[in-house]
Design a protein. Sequence first.
Length: 785
Amino acid sequence: MNLSLRNRILAFFIGLLLVILLLVLALVQRSTYQHTREQISQQLQFAHTVLANELQGRRQAQSALAELIAKDFTLLGEIADLIDSPEQQAQSLSASLESFAARSQASFALVSAPDGRILAGTSEHLHPGQRLPWASMLQGNEPSSHEQLVLQGGQVLHINVTPIFAPRPNLLGWLVMAFVIDDRATQHWAELSGADVAVLAGQPGNYQVPATNLSAAARAQLASSLLPADDGGLLLELQGQQQVAYRAPLAGTDGELQLLLLRSLSDALASYQPLQWQLAAIILAALLLASIGAWLIASTVSRPLSQMVESVRRIASGDYQARVAENGGSEVGLLAREFNHMQRDIAEREATISFLAYRDPLTSLDNRNRFVARLQAALANALPGAGVAVLLMDLDNFKDLNDTLGHDAGDQLLCLLGERLLQHLRAGDGLARLGGDEFAVLIAPADPHAALAAAHHYHELLTEPFAVRGISMTLNATVGIALSPDHGETAGSLLQHAEVAMYWGKTQHSDLALYRAELDSHSLLRLALMSELKGAIEEGQLSLYFQPKLTIASRTLLGVECLVRWIHPQHGFIAPDEFIPLAEQTGNICALTRWVIRTALAQIRVWQSEGLQLKTAVNISALDLLNPDFAAFITSQLQEHQVDPASLVVEITESAVMADPALAMQQLEELRRLGVKLSIDDYGTGYSSMAQLKRLPVHELKIDQSFISDLLSNPDDEIIVRSTIELAHNMGLKVVAEGVETQAVLEQLDRLGCDIAQGYLLSKPLAPAAFAEWLAKCPWALPRG
Ligand code: C2E
Ligand code: CA
Ligand code: CA
């Protein structure tokens, strides 16, 4: 059973009190009973002594009376006459005895001859001529032997025999007097002693009660009772009342008669009844008071506790308003105060947590969780046919900016951007920062046209520069767009597809990108790969392939271009076109370039030890040039691998140089001073003019393969190639043709004066082992140093 605390306290106190009170009651009852019983026993003992004295006195008085009668001359004369003439005198003696008996209140009186033969008397049972039944009393001289209590004919008789002398010592006969002890006598005794009196004879269960002051019914019950054998105090039940009894042999008998004194225990106890009622009343009152007290105390403990239980339930359901009463300075009051305190703290903390859960702490815009929730709601509430659009805006090169200016500046910039977006937020649109440099806008309802217009609106906000630490900067970002229901019907898929579109947009260097299903397979894989690239470099999943370069005029091998390959443990071969652009966006490209340079230099060292002088080209990205330590890194690596700087060619696209011409220029100058060769890659795909190139400290131009592949069939391409070669030569630059696949192209390039050829005609890029094999069977002359 699950009792409440209050009920348990109540039950305990009342139970305890009840037990104590019952014990006290039982003790009082018991001692009262015992005391009463003992008292009665003592009273009965005392009564017995009183009665014994009384009986003694009475018997002495009767004996004295008998002695007096025995000396009466009239009686003596009549006895003498009777002895002389028995027939005549018996009448007159009997009459005299009659009168004596009546005067002395004897039951009867007799005169017997010295031998015990009855001469005359007033007894109805004993007649002249019979012998006295108490012949033994006639012997002996002791006065006590001449009197006795006997049971005769259902009566207790006090028999007194007195010798009649005529004169002494001539024994004339015996005067026998019988005094009855009857109900009346016992009544007297009862009054005298204050106890009920009964004279008993016979066996237990079958007593004779010859005299008693008790009622007839009590007498009958007593006759059939079974008293214990031993004398003294005992208990018996008489007429529904408990009696204390005292039994003793009746003095002056031969033991067959017993005196029983009785007193009602029930009556004696009844005198204690008012006391017991008072006690019961006190107990009841104590119980009542204790119950009330215990209830009050228990309530002061349990009421706040149950209030607290209530409050805990409310807190669990998110309600922190109701407070527990803080009354009193007791521990309970203290607990209540602490409880309220705790409740307040929890409320505060929950507010913070829910703020953190739904707010971006940096910009105080909604966070991703909140955005997803709102997007879900918008999707659920969208009318049939109406779309919901997600715009995902991601800053370009934010990571480098962060690295260069510091995280504080980066954070400040994000805040400024957040503020600006919020300021120009169109009515009904929802804005959130999803993390990093990613902001999202929710537009509902939306169609593709509206979504693009919105994307344009938000992208335009970036044209105004931001001022961070006194530096004014212009940001660029790519906005990926996904629309329900065409691009996804759940918040998750819309966000994911907006992200896919955004990444695709980055690779295309476009500001806005709308999701298309074709983007997905590639982009998803790429997204996953990006997180793995750094680990891939460390775990040796990358390898360098080598593609030979030919000096056209002499048809001798010039060197190789190093091209990176990623053999992913699950996805297998991944082309550099797949991951290089993403590595550039995530900043992993710098680590990759360093790995490439180290690996390439180690390879040059191996070739040098084999007597081969291969000019080895590595590709670097725009971000590498933005790193002020780049040139220093190459210097240290050249020294470490003991490689001649002239063996290293650094290929760089024109657009990379143009990203930050000043910084790039500085780095390139430094490399050139070192003796490293510089090559402009993919020439012709950008917009840089020859005039701009002229200022760069480079050694060669690589004409993009798109111009070479159709060289023979496309006259435009031939013009471009021819003029490029001429211009480059005028500027003192060597020209490399990429993508040479046929002998015919090679020969045409030879005619046009191109210096170097690279392409499948010689070989595809080869793994180190395959390249070693290719070298062994190489149809071209090898550059041995
Ligand atoms: P790229 O620097 O223009 O490299 C030349 C690309 O043209 C290579 O593709 C090569 O396999 C391919 N190619 C060579 N000869 C022929 C030919 O005769 N016909 C055709 N159709 N293609 C030919 P790959 O290896 O897939 O590399 C693609 C691009 O990835 C490279 O273009 C380069 O921009 C980038 N890349 C490769 N490795 C690295 C690297 O280590 N660092 C950096 N930053 N970028 C790299
Ligand atoms: Ca290249
Ligand atoms: Ca190229």
